[in-house]
Design a protein around this ligand. Structure first.
Ligand SMILES: [Zn+2]
Length: 429
Protein backbone atom coordinates (compact mmCIF):
# COMPACT_ATOMS: atom_id res chain seq x y z
CA UNK A 1 0.00 0.00 0.00
CA UNK A 2 2.85 2.37 0.84
CA UNK A 3 4.48 1.57 -2.50
CA UNK A 4 1.25 2.13 -4.36
CA UNK A 5 0.50 5.41 -2.56
CA UNK A 6 3.99 6.62 -3.49
CA UNK A 7 3.66 5.31 -7.03
CA UNK A 8 0.47 7.27 -7.73
CA UNK A 9 1.89 10.38 -6.12
CA UNK A 10 -0.21 10.54 -2.94
CA UNK A 11 2.93 10.26 -0.80
CA UNK A 12 6.22 11.69 -1.92
CA UNK A 13 8.98 9.43 -0.50
CA UNK A 14 12.51 10.66 -1.03
CA UNK A 15 14.60 10.56 -4.18
CA UNK A 16 17.98 8.83 -3.91
CA UNK A 17 20.89 9.91 -6.10
CA UNK A 18 20.57 11.19 -9.63
CA UNK A 19 18.49 8.22 -10.80
CA UNK A 20 14.82 7.70 -10.31
CA UNK A 21 14.93 5.54 -7.21
CA UNK A 22 12.20 6.66 -4.83
CA UNK A 23 12.52 5.37 -1.29
CA UNK A 24 9.26 5.34 0.65
CA UNK A 25 10.00 2.94 3.48
CA UNK A 26 12.33 0.34 4.97
CA UNK A 27 11.01 -2.48 7.09
CA UNK A 28 12.84 -4.54 9.67
CA UNK A 29 10.84 -7.19 11.57
CA UNK A 30 7.92 -5.20 13.04
CA UNK A 31 9.76 -1.90 12.70
CA UNK A 32 8.92 0.52 9.94
CA UNK A 33 10.91 3.52 8.76
CA UNK A 34 8.94 5.81 6.47
CA UNK A 35 10.68 8.43 4.35
CA UNK A 36 8.96 11.50 3.00
CA UNK A 37 9.65 14.96 1.66
CA UNK A 38 8.85 17.67 4.19
CA UNK A 39 5.30 17.96 3.02
CA UNK A 40 2.23 17.91 5.27
CA UNK A 41 -0.01 16.27 2.67
CA UNK A 42 2.41 13.39 2.14
CA UNK A 43 2.69 12.78 5.89
CA UNK A 44 -1.09 12.76 6.25
CA UNK A 45 -1.41 10.19 3.48
CA UNK A 46 1.25 7.99 5.07
CA UNK A 47 -0.65 8.10 8.34
CA UNK A 48 -3.91 7.21 6.54
CA UNK A 49 -2.28 4.27 4.76
CA UNK A 50 -0.96 3.01 8.07
CA UNK A 51 -4.44 3.31 9.63
CA UNK A 52 -5.98 1.33 6.79
CA UNK A 53 -3.34 -1.38 7.13
CA UNK A 54 -4.16 -1.47 10.84
CA UNK A 55 -7.78 -2.21 9.99
CA UNK A 56 -6.92 -4.76 7.33
CA UNK A 57 -4.20 -6.66 9.16
CA UNK A 58 -5.59 -6.27 12.66
CA UNK A 59 -2.18 -5.13 13.90
CA UNK A 60 -2.11 -2.19 16.26
CA UNK A 61 0.11 0.73 15.36
CA UNK A 62 1.52 2.38 18.47
CA UNK A 63 1.67 6.05 17.59
CA UNK A 64 2.96 6.96 21.04
CA UNK A 65 6.13 5.02 20.21
CA UNK A 66 6.39 6.49 16.70
CA UNK A 67 8.42 9.61 16.05
CA UNK A 68 8.95 12.09 13.25
CA UNK A 69 12.53 13.23 12.63
CA UNK A 70 13.07 16.39 10.61
CA UNK A 71 16.20 16.85 8.51
CA UNK A 72 16.80 20.50 7.65
CA UNK A 73 13.20 21.26 8.61
CA UNK A 74 12.01 23.83 11.12
CA UNK A 75 11.32 22.18 14.48
CA UNK A 76 8.05 24.04 15.03
CA UNK A 77 6.77 22.66 11.77
CA UNK A 78 7.74 19.11 12.74
CA UNK A 79 6.05 19.63 16.08
CA UNK A 80 2.78 20.74 14.49
CA UNK A 81 2.81 17.85 11.99
CA UNK A 82 3.44 15.40 14.81
CA UNK A 83 0.47 16.84 16.72
CA UNK A 84 -1.76 16.59 13.67
CA UNK A 85 -1.18 12.85 13.30
CA UNK A 86 -0.90 12.18 17.04
CA UNK A 87 2.66 10.95 17.24
CA UNK A 88 5.86 12.14 18.89
CA UNK A 89 8.80 13.95 17.32
CA UNK A 90 12.53 14.07 17.96
CA UNK A 91 15.72 15.33 16.37
CA UNK A 92 19.02 13.86 15.27
CA UNK A 93 21.44 12.57 16.50
CA UNK A 94 19.49 9.68 17.90
CA UNK A 95 19.61 5.93 17.78
CA UNK A 96 17.65 3.31 15.87
CA UNK A 97 17.46 -0.30 17.06
CA UNK A 98 20.25 0.60 19.47
CA UNK A 99 22.52 1.86 16.68
CA UNK A 100 23.63 5.49 16.48
CA UNK A 101 21.94 7.62 13.86
CA UNK A 102 23.05 11.01 12.55
CA UNK A 103 26.15 11.44 14.72
CA UNK A 104 29.21 13.35 13.60
CA UNK A 105 32.07 11.22 12.34
CA UNK A 106 34.03 9.50 15.12
CA UNK A 107 32.64 11.87 17.70
CA UNK A 108 33.46 10.86 21.26
CA UNK A 109 29.73 10.88 22.02
CA UNK A 110 29.22 8.28 19.30
CA UNK A 111 31.72 5.87 20.86
CA UNK A 112 30.97 6.73 24.45
CA UNK A 113 28.56 3.86 25.08
CA UNK A 114 31.05 1.35 23.69
CA UNK A 115 34.12 2.62 25.50
CA UNK A 116 32.66 3.78 28.80
CA UNK A 117 30.31 0.98 29.63
CA UNK A 118 33.17 -1.45 29.25
CA UNK A 119 35.96 0.40 30.99
CA UNK A 120 34.38 3.24 32.94
CA UNK A 121 37.09 5.66 31.94
CA UNK A 122 36.96 9.44 32.12
CA UNK A 123 37.28 11.24 28.83
CA UNK A 124 40.10 13.63 28.03
CA UNK A 125 39.32 16.44 25.68
CA UNK A 126 41.02 16.37 22.31
CA UNK A 127 41.63 12.64 22.14
CA UNK A 128 40.56 10.77 19.09
CA UNK A 129 38.56 7.63 19.65
CA UNK A 130 41.44 5.51 18.34
CA UNK A 131 43.85 7.10 20.85
CA UNK A 132 41.40 6.48 23.59
CA UNK A 133 40.91 2.81 22.82
CA UNK A 134 44.68 2.31 22.52
CA UNK A 135 45.11 3.97 25.89
CA UNK A 136 42.48 1.71 27.42
CA UNK A 137 44.14 -1.44 26.15
CA UNK A 138 47.58 -0.20 27.23
CA UNK A 139 46.49 0.57 30.76
CA UNK A 140 44.64 -2.74 30.97
CA UNK A 141 47.80 -4.56 29.92
CA UNK A 142 50.26 -2.76 32.17
CA UNK A 143 48.14 -1.90 35.19
CA UNK A 144 45.59 -4.67 35.46
CA UNK A 145 43.28 -3.88 38.36
CA UNK A 146 45.76 -1.76 40.34
CA UNK A 147 45.74 2.05 40.35
CA UNK A 148 49.30 2.45 39.21
CA UNK A 149 51.45 0.48 36.87
CA UNK A 150 54.72 0.67 34.99
CA UNK A 151 54.43 0.98 31.24
CA UNK A 152 57.39 -1.18 30.33
CA UNK A 153 57.40 -0.75 26.58
CA UNK A 154 56.30 1.86 24.11
CA UNK A 155 52.81 0.87 23.01
CA UNK A 156 53.76 0.92 19.35
CA UNK A 157 56.44 -1.64 20.08
CA UNK A 158 53.92 -3.86 21.81
CA UNK A 159 51.38 -3.84 19.02
CA UNK A 160 51.71 -6.10 16.05
CA UNK A 161 51.88 -9.77 15.36
CA UNK A 162 53.07 -12.31 17.91
CA UNK A 163 55.30 -13.88 15.28
CA UNK A 164 57.15 -10.58 15.16
CA UNK A 165 57.94 -10.51 18.82
CA UNK A 166 55.00 -8.50 19.98
CA UNK A 167 51.70 -9.19 21.63
CA UNK A 168 49.28 -9.42 18.82
CA UNK A 169 47.40 -6.19 19.48
CA UNK A 170 46.86 -3.86 16.59
CA UNK A 171 47.18 -0.13 16.98
CA UNK A 172 43.92 1.44 15.96
CA UNK A 173 44.77 4.07 13.45
CA UNK A 174 42.53 5.86 11.01
CA UNK A 175 44.27 4.22 8.07
CA UNK A 176 43.45 0.76 9.33
CA UNK A 177 40.09 -0.04 7.84
CA UNK A 178 38.45 -3.34 7.36
CA UNK A 179 37.76 -3.94 3.72
CA UNK A 180 34.06 -4.47 4.16
CA UNK A 181 33.60 -3.67 0.54
CA UNK A 182 35.40 -6.65 -0.91
CA UNK A 183 32.12 -8.40 -1.51
CA UNK A 184 30.37 -5.33 -2.81
CA UNK A 185 28.99 -6.76 -6.04
CA UNK A 186 27.63 -9.87 -4.41
CA UNK A 187 26.07 -7.84 -1.60
CA UNK A 188 24.41 -5.48 -4.04
CA UNK A 189 22.78 -8.38 -5.77
CA UNK A 190 21.90 -10.26 -2.59
CA UNK A 191 20.69 -7.45 -0.32
CA UNK A 192 18.52 -5.89 -2.96
CA UNK A 193 16.92 -2.92 -1.18
CA UNK A 194 20.12 -1.67 0.44
CA UNK A 195 22.15 -2.37 -2.67
CA UNK A 196 19.74 -0.38 -4.84
CA UNK A 197 20.00 2.62 -2.51
CA UNK A 198 23.83 2.56 -2.52
CA UNK A 199 23.97 2.10 -6.29
CA UNK A 200 21.50 4.94 -6.89
CA UNK A 201 23.05 7.31 -4.38
CA UNK A 202 26.64 6.90 -5.59
CA UNK A 203 25.84 6.29 -9.24
CA UNK A 204 27.54 2.88 -9.32
CA UNK A 205 27.33 0.24 -11.98
CA UNK A 206 25.35 -2.51 -10.22
CA UNK A 207 27.37 -5.13 -12.14
CA UNK A 208 30.71 -4.07 -10.62
CA UNK A 209 32.47 -6.25 -8.08
CA UNK A 210 34.15 -3.33 -6.31
CA UNK A 211 32.62 0.08 -5.66
CA UNK A 212 34.40 3.19 -6.88
CA UNK A 213 35.95 5.85 -4.68
CA UNK A 214 33.59 8.42 -3.15
CA UNK A 215 35.14 11.86 -3.27
CA UNK A 216 32.39 14.34 -2.44
CA UNK A 217 32.50 15.40 1.19
CA UNK A 218 28.74 15.79 1.16
CA UNK A 219 28.40 12.02 0.88
CA UNK A 220 28.03 9.86 3.96
CA UNK A 221 31.28 9.56 5.94
CA UNK A 222 30.30 6.05 6.92
CA UNK A 223 30.25 4.91 3.30
CA UNK A 224 33.32 7.00 2.43
CA UNK A 225 35.37 5.40 5.19
CA UNK A 226 34.22 1.93 4.25
CA UNK A 227 34.83 2.26 0.56
CA UNK A 228 37.74 4.64 0.05
CA UNK A 229 40.59 2.70 1.63
CA UNK A 230 39.85 -0.08 -0.84
CA UNK A 231 38.76 1.91 -3.84
CA UNK A 232 41.32 4.70 -3.65
CA UNK A 233 44.09 4.60 -6.25
CA UNK A 234 46.38 6.33 -3.74
CA UNK A 235 46.58 3.54 -1.19
CA UNK A 236 47.98 0.11 -1.97
CA UNK A 237 44.85 -1.78 -1.02
CA UNK A 238 43.25 -1.50 -4.43
CA UNK A 239 46.10 -3.41 -6.01
CA UNK A 240 45.54 -6.22 -3.51
CA UNK A 241 42.21 -7.05 -5.11
CA UNK A 242 42.38 -8.62 -8.55
CA UNK A 243 39.39 -9.39 -10.71
CA UNK A 244 39.36 -12.94 -11.99
CA UNK A 245 37.52 -13.30 -15.26
CA UNK A 246 34.72 -15.85 -15.44
CA UNK A 247 31.96 -14.97 -17.88
CA UNK A 248 33.13 -11.35 -18.06
CA UNK A 249 29.80 -9.86 -17.00
CA UNK A 250 31.03 -8.10 -13.89
CA UNK A 251 34.43 -6.75 -14.89
CA UNK A 252 35.02 -3.41 -16.58
CA UNK A 253 37.25 -4.20 -19.59
CA UNK A 254 39.32 -1.00 -19.60
CA UNK A 255 39.15 0.22 -16.01
CA UNK A 256 39.25 -2.76 -13.64
CA UNK A 257 42.51 -4.47 -12.68
CA UNK A 258 42.00 -7.97 -14.05
CA UNK A 259 44.91 -8.65 -16.34
CA UNK A 260 47.92 -7.01 -14.74
CA UNK A 261 48.63 -4.82 -11.72
CA UNK A 262 47.22 -1.87 -13.70
CA UNK A 263 44.07 -1.50 -15.73
CA UNK A 264 44.32 -2.01 -19.49
CA UNK A 265 43.54 1.66 -19.99
CA UNK A 266 46.67 2.62 -18.03
CA UNK A 267 48.88 -0.16 -19.38
CA UNK A 268 47.97 0.31 -23.06
CA UNK A 269 46.93 3.95 -23.55
CA UNK A 270 47.62 3.88 -27.30
CA UNK A 271 45.37 0.88 -27.89
CA UNK A 272 42.72 2.41 -25.65
CA UNK A 273 42.94 5.53 -27.82
CA UNK A 274 42.45 3.46 -30.98
CA UNK A 275 39.61 1.31 -29.63
CA UNK A 276 36.11 2.01 -30.93
CA UNK A 277 34.50 0.96 -27.65
CA UNK A 278 35.82 2.90 -24.66
CA UNK A 279 33.63 1.44 -21.94
CA UNK A 280 31.81 -1.76 -21.11
CA UNK A 281 32.21 -5.09 -19.39
CA UNK A 282 34.56 -7.79 -20.72
CA UNK A 283 31.72 -9.82 -22.26
CA UNK A 284 31.00 -6.90 -24.60
CA UNK A 285 34.48 -7.29 -26.11
CA UNK A 286 34.29 -10.89 -27.29
CA UNK A 287 32.19 -14.05 -27.58
CA UNK A 288 32.18 -17.61 -26.33
CA UNK A 289 32.37 -19.82 -29.36
CA UNK A 290 32.23 -23.60 -28.82
CA UNK A 291 33.38 -23.10 -25.22
CA UNK A 292 36.37 -20.99 -26.23
CA UNK A 293 36.61 -17.26 -25.69
CA UNK A 294 37.33 -15.13 -28.77
CA UNK A 295 38.17 -11.45 -28.58
CA UNK A 296 36.29 -9.01 -30.80
CA UNK A 297 38.05 -5.73 -30.14
CA UNK A 298 37.40 -3.20 -32.88
CA UNK A 299 39.92 -0.50 -33.67
CA UNK A 300 39.31 2.77 -35.47
CA UNK A 301 41.97 1.94 -38.06
CA UNK A 302 44.42 -0.79 -38.94
CA UNK A 303 47.72 -1.04 -37.09
CA UNK A 304 50.85 0.57 -38.50
CA UNK A 305 53.69 -1.86 -38.76
CA UNK A 306 55.54 -0.38 -35.79
CA UNK A 307 52.36 -0.72 -33.69
CA UNK A 308 52.07 -4.45 -34.30
CA UNK A 309 54.47 -5.31 -31.48
CA UNK A 310 52.32 -3.34 -29.08
CA UNK A 311 49.17 -5.03 -30.35
CA UNK A 312 50.75 -8.46 -29.96
CA UNK A 313 51.81 -7.76 -26.38
CA UNK A 314 48.30 -6.44 -25.66
CA UNK A 315 46.85 -9.72 -26.95
CA UNK A 316 49.32 -11.75 -24.90
CA UNK A 317 48.23 -9.91 -21.76
CA UNK A 318 44.50 -10.31 -22.32
CA UNK A 319 44.75 -13.89 -23.55
CA UNK A 320 46.82 -14.82 -20.55
CA UNK A 321 43.99 -14.23 -18.14
CA UNK A 322 41.03 -15.33 -20.19
CA UNK A 323 38.73 -17.66 -18.34
CA UNK A 324 38.60 -21.24 -19.57
CA UNK A 325 35.03 -21.72 -18.45
CA UNK A 326 32.23 -19.16 -18.40
CA UNK A 327 31.73 -19.20 -14.60
CA UNK A 328 30.93 -16.14 -12.50
CA UNK A 329 33.53 -13.37 -12.27
CA UNK A 330 35.11 -13.03 -8.87
CA UNK A 331 37.56 -11.08 -6.78
CA UNK A 332 40.85 -12.44 -5.53
CA UNK A 333 42.63 -11.00 -2.54
CA UNK A 334 46.34 -11.41 -3.22
CA UNK A 335 47.41 -11.34 0.44
CA UNK A 336 46.03 -14.77 1.23
CA UNK A 337 47.02 -18.10 -0.25
CA UNK A 338 43.46 -19.10 -1.19
CA UNK A 339 42.56 -15.64 -2.53
CA UNK A 340 39.77 -15.18 0.00
CA UNK A 341 39.56 -12.00 2.00
CA UNK A 342 39.07 -12.33 5.76
CA UNK A 343 39.22 -9.59 8.41
CA UNK A 344 41.82 -11.67 10.30
CA UNK A 345 44.02 -12.00 7.23
CA UNK A 346 43.74 -8.28 6.66
CA UNK A 347 44.76 -7.46 10.27
CA UNK A 348 47.73 -9.80 9.96
CA UNK A 349 48.76 -8.17 6.73
CA UNK A 350 48.49 -4.62 8.09
CA UNK A 351 50.41 -5.58 11.22
CA UNK A 352 53.17 -7.13 9.16
CA UNK A 353 53.81 -4.06 7.04
CA UNK A 354 57.39 -2.89 7.44
CA UNK A 355 58.23 -5.48 10.08
CA UNK A 356 60.81 -8.24 9.87
CA UNK A 357 59.78 -11.68 10.91
CA UNK A 358 62.13 -13.39 13.34
CA UNK A 359 61.50 -17.13 13.85
CA UNK A 360 62.67 -16.89 17.46
CA UNK A 361 59.36 -15.24 18.41
CA UNK A 362 57.45 -18.25 17.19
CA UNK A 363 59.20 -20.24 19.91
CA UNK A 364 58.29 -17.61 22.50
CA UNK A 365 54.62 -17.33 21.60
CA UNK A 366 54.18 -21.08 21.30
CA UNK A 367 50.70 -22.32 22.15
CA UNK A 368 52.01 -24.97 24.58
CA UNK A 369 53.78 -22.37 26.73
CA UNK A 370 51.60 -20.85 29.49
CA UNK A 371 50.93 -17.16 28.72
CA UNK A 372 52.60 -16.07 31.98
CA UNK A 373 55.85 -17.78 30.98
CA UNK A 374 55.75 -16.50 27.40
CA UNK A 375 55.26 -12.99 28.72
CA UNK A 376 58.23 -13.30 31.06
CA UNK A 377 60.51 -14.48 28.23
CA UNK A 378 59.18 -11.74 25.98
CA UNK A 379 59.95 -9.10 28.60
CA UNK A 380 63.40 -10.55 29.25
CA UNK A 381 64.21 -10.50 25.52
CA UNK A 382 63.15 -6.87 25.36
CA UNK A 383 65.31 -6.11 28.42
CA UNK A 384 62.21 -5.15 30.39
CA UNK A 385 62.24 -7.24 33.57
CA UNK A 386 61.80 -5.41 36.88
CA UNK A 387 65.36 -5.93 38.13
CA UNK A 388 66.47 -3.67 41.00
CA UNK A 389 68.59 -1.11 39.05
CA UNK A 390 65.72 -0.59 36.59
CA UNK A 391 63.15 -0.20 39.37
CA UNK A 392 65.38 2.35 41.13
CA UNK A 393 65.71 4.25 37.85
CA UNK A 394 61.91 4.32 37.57
CA UNK A 395 61.51 5.67 41.07
CA UNK A 396 60.47 2.45 42.80
CA UNK A 397 62.50 2.23 46.01
CA UNK A 398 63.05 -1.40 46.80
CA UNK A 399 66.55 -1.72 48.25
CA UNK A 400 69.61 0.45 48.78
CA UNK A 401 71.85 -2.17 47.25
CA UNK A 402 71.20 -2.99 43.59
CA UNK A 403 72.69 -6.42 44.21
CA UNK A 404 71.32 -9.82 43.26
CA UNK A 405 69.23 -11.06 46.22
CA UNK A 406 70.37 -14.66 45.65
CA UNK A 407 74.16 -14.32 45.67
CA UNK A 408 74.51 -10.78 47.02
CA UNK A 409 77.72 -10.30 45.09
CA UNK A 410 76.76 -9.06 41.62
CA UNK A 411 74.44 -6.25 40.50
CA UNK A 412 71.05 -7.66 39.58
CA UNK A 413 70.74 -7.56 35.80
CA UNK A 414 68.54 -9.59 33.49
CA UNK A 415 71.48 -11.57 32.16
CA UNK A 416 72.79 -12.20 35.65
CA UNK A 417 69.50 -13.31 37.16
CA UNK A 418 68.67 -15.65 34.29
CA UNK A 419 72.05 -17.03 33.22
CA UNK A 420 75.09 -16.07 35.29
CA UNK A 421 74.05 -16.16 38.94
CA UNK A 422 75.59 -19.16 40.72
CA UNK A 423 72.46 -19.79 42.81
CA UNK A 424 70.10 -19.59 39.82
CA UNK A 425 72.43 -21.74 37.72
CA UNK A 426 71.77 -24.66 40.10
CA UNK A 427 68.17 -24.63 38.93
CA UNK A 428 69.12 -24.87 35.28
CA UNK A 429 71.44 -27.78 36.09
ZN1 LIG B 1 73.21 -13.63 41.73
Amino acid sequence: MLKKATGIGLCSGVRVGAGNLVLSHIQFADDLLVFSDANAMSLKTFSRVLKISELVAGLKLNLKKSKIFGINVDENMINSWALSINCGWASLPSSYLGLPLGHKRNSISLWQPVVWTKFNLVSRAGNTVADLIDKLIASFVWKGNSDRGIYWLNWRTVCGLKSRGVWGYLILEPEIHLCLTSGFGASVRRVKAFGKIIVAKYNYNPQSLLPKEVSLRSYSWVWRSIVNPVASQVGNLRADFIHIMGNGENIDFWNDCWSEANSLKLSFPRIYGLACKKSGMIYEFGVWSNGIWEWKIELRRGMFEWENVLWMSFLVVVNNVVSLVPAADKLKWVRSSDGRYTPKGFCNFVASLGKMEDPVWKAVWCKYVPPKVAELVWKAMNQRLPVIPVLIKRGVHISDQPLCPFCNSWPESINHILFHCQSVWQIWQ
